[in-house]
Write a protein that binds this ligand. Structure first.
Ligand code: SAM
Length: 284
């Protein structure tokens, strides 16, 4: 298949799947060789009006997505060294391109898109009855705190943990007006800084893929069980980026069962983002 046909295929299948315009643009930018190829592939499909409009409204999207990928590709292919440190350094560098794109590439670096996607995440947690004025949340791999900030008015307390100093600086800057929001630099190996049974909800939005790649996923699931009170919930949004949903489900369910969680749900509830949500509870 020619490069041009491949891009047109990405547009057609994305539209068939009902992919959101930002996600479709993200996929196209990742696959294209040149910026002009994105516009060409979109104008070739009469159904691509919405993503084409978004592309024209966001002239910086190409540089942001490609800038992030340059750093992330390097980290993913580097074999040597401690993987936790490698990801921490990578996210520090990527945050200097765009903190918004560092935490969600499909935001294309746009704060309003990121906010809307965060609103969907919080809305889903609310719909599952997981947010309550008495709830204590651990936001593992909180990045720039975009979800923690939206959760803070709905719950008792949020502790955001992350390995990236630069993303935490962004998080702290937006958290100044929220006294129940705390961010801490995290060693990235477990949840040892959280007391047994101290949390009602452990939330991991798009961080488990880095723990999977570092061989730390099952250990974190087990430690989340310890950190949760009986009846508390572990919500993982995306298990890995390996592109093998069956393997992810099998691995995630095995880790949850081994830790003691009850059999949970696995859904894709969002319209802006294709995140796959795993939801388990610690038995009462
Ligand atoms: C794709 S971002 C998602 C950030 C945030 N959850 C969000 O959705 O906005 C992944 C985050 O995981 C963090 N991270 C990577 N490895 C980690 C580890 N071992 N422990 C904690 N955080 C980690 C990165 O620094 C980064 O902030």
């Amino acid at each position: 298949m020619s490069a041009e046909a491949r891009l047109r295929h990405i547009v057609a299948t994305g539209l068939d799947e009902g992919l959101s315009p930002p996600l479709l643009l993200m996929r196209l930018i990742i696959a294209a060789e040149h910026e002009t190829d994105v516009e060409a592939a979109l104008t070739a499909d009469p159904r691509a009006g919405a993503p084409l409009r978004l592309w024209r409204e966001r002239p910086g999207a190409w540089d942001v997505v490609r800038g992030v990928l340059d750093h992330a590709d390097h980290a993913a292919t580097a074999e040597a060294g401690d993987p936790v440190r490698r990801w921490a350094e990578t996210f520090d560098r990527v945050a200097s391109v765009s903190p918004e794109a560092a935490v969600a590439l499909y935001s294309l670096g746009d704060a309003a898109l990121l906010e809307a996607a965060g609103g969907e995440i919080v809305g889903w947690l609310d719909s599952r009855g997981l947010l309550d004025p008495a709830t204590t949340v651990i936001d593992l791999g909180c990045g720039m705190g975009r979800v923690a900030r939206l959760l803070a008015p709905r719950v008792d307390a949020v502790l955001g943990l992350d390995v990236s100093r630069r993303l935490l600086r962004h998080a702290r800057a937006v958290a100044q007006d929220a006294p129940n929001l705390l961010f801490a630099l995290h060693a990235g190996r477990d949840l040892a800084c959280v007391r047994d049974g101290a949390a009602d909800l452990v939330l991991a939005v798009d961080v488990m893929p880095y723990l999977v790649s570092a061989g730390l996923a099952a250990a974190h699931v087990a430690d989340a069980f310890r950190a949760l009170r009986p009846g508390g919930a572990l919500v993982v949004m995306n298990w890995s980026y390996r592109g093998d949903p069956d393997l992810d489900l099998q691995e995630a369910e095995a880790a949850a069962a081994a830790a003691g969680f009850t059999r949970g749900a696995c859904v894709r509830p969002f319209s802006l983002w294709d995140g796959r949500v795993f939801h388990w509870a610690r038995p009462r």
